[in-house]
Design a protein around this ligand. Structure first.
Ligand SMILES: C[S@@+](CC[C@H](N)C(=O)[O-])C[C@H]1O[C@@H](n2cnc3c(N)ncnc32)[C@H](O)[C@@H]1O
Length: 300
């Protein structure tokens, strides 16, 4: 990372350094394994994003936090006038090379931060894509960021954004479940007298201390230690409506057919998960069984 690289919406240096260090893997996470199944859940994000592009055919797209550039390429190949913004130099460079390789102008991707939205004119954008970027932005900044997104979208313009699913914590049956009871379900004023009962609840869960705060399936284990904001898919339409953004769809990916702690005991787990991904993106079960959700919203 160079010291002159942009920051601005509060993404921590640890996150940007993580992406800088692991740029090669992040940029190339859309491959299939020898068994023909995706190696990374990002493949399903790409799939849902392409369905969005096919359905709505935006004239132009501003793809913020575009990583290795694949989603910019997807939008270009589907006929949109697409541009990308990426703060991490190595990823931005990969994106530029990818576009060039496919005969597109590499300058369509620039090195910048989500904060650069504030310099865009009101109602100047047709579509904004934030694909797994907002979880890196501290929750305190979400109000301002969403205000800016709504401000720059033209009426009828769309936001597509991927968020981490907070409700998935109920499904994991571990320390995350306890945290969900403590901070979310029992976080309401009438439940204040229940605070002592979190230890009782802990006694009901077989693995209350697992996975632990640094659990991650990623090879670089430091990713699990990064702060990433979770959101409630049931609340997101109401949250977005405060900014004049009407939710048209909430779609799910990164499915788990069993809680993560049971994964080792299931045969054909990846195949079952793959079938869930292909058939259940719009199913209510995604609220609990999927770790990520995407919202498609239109500006009124
Ligand atoms: C999980 S990756 C997703 C990359 C890409 N959107 C995709 O779908 O393949 C998250 C990306 O968000 C970028 N990012 C994190 N904070 C950002 C910010 N404040 N502004 C712009 N991009 C940011 C990271 O550099 C990284 O490329």
């Amino acid at each position: 990372m160079n010291s002159d690289e942009p920051t601005g919406t509060g993404t921590s240096d640890e996150v940007l350094e993580y992406y800088s260090r692991n740029w090669d893997r992040i940029a190339n996470c859309y491959d299939l394994g020898e068994d023909g199944l995706p190696l990374d859940p990002a493949w399903y994000r790409k799939r849902l994003y392409n369905e969005f592009l096919q359905k709505h055919k935006p004239e132009s797209v501003l793809d913020i936090g575009c990583g290795g550039g694949w989603s910019v390429l997807d939008a270009l190949e589907q006929g949109a006038d697409a541009r990308g913004i990426e703060p991490v130099a190595e990823l931005k460079q990969h994106g530029c090379q990818l576009l060039e390789k496919h005969d597109h102008d590499p300058d369509r991707i620039t090195q910048d931060d989500l904060a650069s939205l504030s310099s865009l004119d009101d109602e100047s954008q047709d579509c904004i894509a934030l694909l797994s970027v907002l979880p890196h932005v501290p929750a305190d900044n979400w109000q301002a960021v969403h205000e800016d997104i709504a401000r720059v979208l033209r009426p009828g313009g769309r936001l597509i954004a991927a968020y981490r699913n907070q409700l998935f914590d109920l499904y994991t049956f571990n320390s995350f479940t306890l945290e969900f009871y403590d901070k979310q379900l029992w976080g309401c004023p009438p439940c204040e007298p229940l605070s002592g009962h979190i230890d009782d609840l802990k006694g009901l869960i077989t693995n209350p201390d697992l996975p632990g705060p640094y659990f991650t399936a990623a090879r670089d284990k430091s990713f699990g230690a990064l702060d990433r904001v979770k959101s409630n898919p049931l609340e997101m339409p109401a949250f977005l409506s405060r900014f004049g953004l009407t939710s048209e769809a909430v779609r799910f990916y990164h499915f788990h057919c069993v809680p993560p702690l049971l994964e080792k005991s299931v045969d054909d787990l990846r195949q079952i998960n793959h079938q869930l991904e292909l058939s259940m993106s719009d199913d209510w079960r995604g609220n609990f069984m999927a770790a990520i959700f995407m919202v498609e919203a239109v500006k009124s």
